[in-house]
Design a protein around this ligand. Sequence first.
Ligand SMILES: Nc1ncnc2c1ncn2[C@@H]1O[C@H](COP(=O)(O)OP(=O)(O)OP(=O)(O)O)[C@@H](O)[C@H]1O
Length: 756
Amino acid sequence: MESKIPKPSLKKPIGPLSLPGNARLPLARDLLNLPSANSTMVGKMRLPSPDKKSNVGMVNRAKLRRSRSAMDLNRPDFHRPKYATTLAPLAKAGTINASTIAMMVNSDLVKPLADTNGTRNHLRRSRSACDIAMKSNVSSASSTNTTSTSGASLLAGTKRQPTAACTNGRVPIVPAKVSKMITTAPSRTGTNASHTKLLSQKATSTAITAASKKAMPNMKITAGTKNGSATANIKTTSSIAQKSSGVGAKAAVKTMNKRIPPYDYKARFAHLQDKHKVLVEKYEKLHEEHASRETLQELYDGCSRELENLKRQHEQLQAELKTFRLENEELKQTNLMCTTALQQTEDELKKYREKFTVSNQDNIELRKQLKEVEERAAFLEEENLALQDTNTRNAELLFQANIERKDLHNMVMDLRGNIRVFCRVRPPLPTEIDRPECLWKYVDEQSIELMAIDGTNKRMDFSFDHVFHPRTTQQDIFDNVSPLIQSALDGYNVCIFAYGQTGSGKTYTMDGVPECLGVIPRTVDLIFNAVNDYKRFGWEYEIRVTFLEIYNEILYDLLDTSGTTKDLEIRMASAKNKTEVYVSNIIEETVESTGRLHQLMNIAKMNRATAATAGNERSSRSHAVTKITLIGTHQEKCETCIGSVNLVDLAGSESPKTSTRMDETKNINRSLSELSNVILALVQRNEHIPYRNSKLTHLLMPSLGGNSKTLMFVNVAPFQDCFMETVKSLRFASQVNSCKLQKVKKNKALMGSAVI
Ligand SMILES: Nc1ncnc2c1ncn2[C@@H]1O[C@H](COP(=O)(O)OP(=O)(O)OP(=O)(O)O)[C@@H](O)[C@H]1O
């Protein structure tokens, strides 16, 4: 019975598989209903082996598996769905997950095949390689690694579509997912589920193996690695798949084409050997894929490290960005401040420009005025030159006029007399209201009548150069004295002394009191004022001063505060001119200011000997001589004039009846008597003038009988009890006033250190 069953042809079908009658190749859905399909198809196509009736289903399924794989693989229009990228096989193979592949795509490690001018053939080949990888994955770990499979499907971005061949009634290639679906539908497949799974896997494996034989040689993976090992491994994998697919295909064809009788153990052994060989090749292929996976793992590690580096760079860049933002904020604030400052500066600049405009207009106006002023200045300069010439001529004229004035002035002074006498009657002090006074009649400025009120009614008339009544002020006195001081500045010797009874007002007239300065301090002020005025005429003056005291016929230097006694001697200045004398060892100080001279005067005043007398509580008991020497120099004219002023405050005469210090009084009266004798000798024109009889006359010799203009104040007290002494003084003054001295000569040069 079984021998009647026709054996299938062992020949390899050529071209598309043709089925007899209405027979068709089973579709995937047919596989789900495999028992019915088996029953119909097996019944039509092939009978089970007679010696294994119980395994009819198994045999048929095996045959179906073989024929189906062979048909699919040998179909000339067989092709796979297109994949967008060449990474799909790798993802499908489960060696890398979806995120890794995404990273590789973004980092240009793997390029889509379409970017490399891939054609549909490329896509088809890539699909085949993918299938190969998928198959190997399925064969190795498809049952456990569902995550990688789904990730690869997502990465591929494509959904498996049934091919045109499938719609044309050809047997479709069932992908792993479909295969899984088939295997996970036991309720529908019933007891044949395991057979369906086995059949599906086998068919898929066989079809992929056959397809990879064509696809793998042209497979390209564009993923770039450091050393290209990944590409090499992929190629290796491709070659292995090619070999395995080639061997597998041969074995499949061999198995399909050969029909091994059950009793042909040798053939079955050979068949098993082929199977073993195929399994060995599969093992080697898996081993190489494992190596490839390690390479990809290394690639993944490298990418991870690079990713870490990129993260660090990203963090650094973030930090730099933060810094830049802070700097940007600071720069914005600075920019805002600068903008504000710039605005203020622009405002100020605008104001300054306005000011500049105004100033510029003023400047133009001022330039015009300056030009006019310059023209005016040039005109004035010419005029000034002319005036300077005129001024020079006028200065010369002034100089000559000053000389002429001096001559005229001194001529007038000469006409008035070389020795002049002023009479001054002092007023009673408030403490002397009850003190009886003589009757005084002031006839005119030069004449006075005195009448005693003691009952004798003595009446006496006196005439002097000037009579000053008790109400005469110190200024009135000095106004009549100052012409003599002017003569001293013109180079003449001048001597002013006060003569009179003690308490008659000599010191008051010469020194005065602080509120009413006398002749000496006013003379000092006049000299310094005149010296400053004379500078306009080209005269420069040097002022020297000495303070001398004659007490009990002994000379004392009132500026010597050392306490030691020096021998001061009156000596003749020149053998030719015997009337010119000087005092040796005396301190002669040059003063340059009024203040200094007043200071020296106070020192001298303090050193002067004073004591109380009957007529004066603070009587001057010595003759005080203040000498001021004036040395004028005219540089242009080379002229020098030397004048001197001797200001003498004589000690007051005192009646021996009232004196308490007789020696002192005797010396005073004797020196005053000698002064009277000298003047009388001069009046009588005696050959011998007794100058040397006293220190006073000897010292005043140049002033009394020499080249000097002399002024004597005769001071009298108004009281009746002073009547006799008053008459005595007035008589002596009248004698002096009648004295005619020789014509005074002007000094030309300094003859000694102390010319009198
Ligand atoms: N013209 C005057 N007006 C006001 N008071 C005067 C006047 N003359 C002198 N006296 C006063 O009279 C007093 C005596 O004067 P003063 O000392 O000058 O006399 P004297 O002649 O110098 O005396 P002695 O010779 O003793 O020194 C002083 O108190 C002085 O102030």
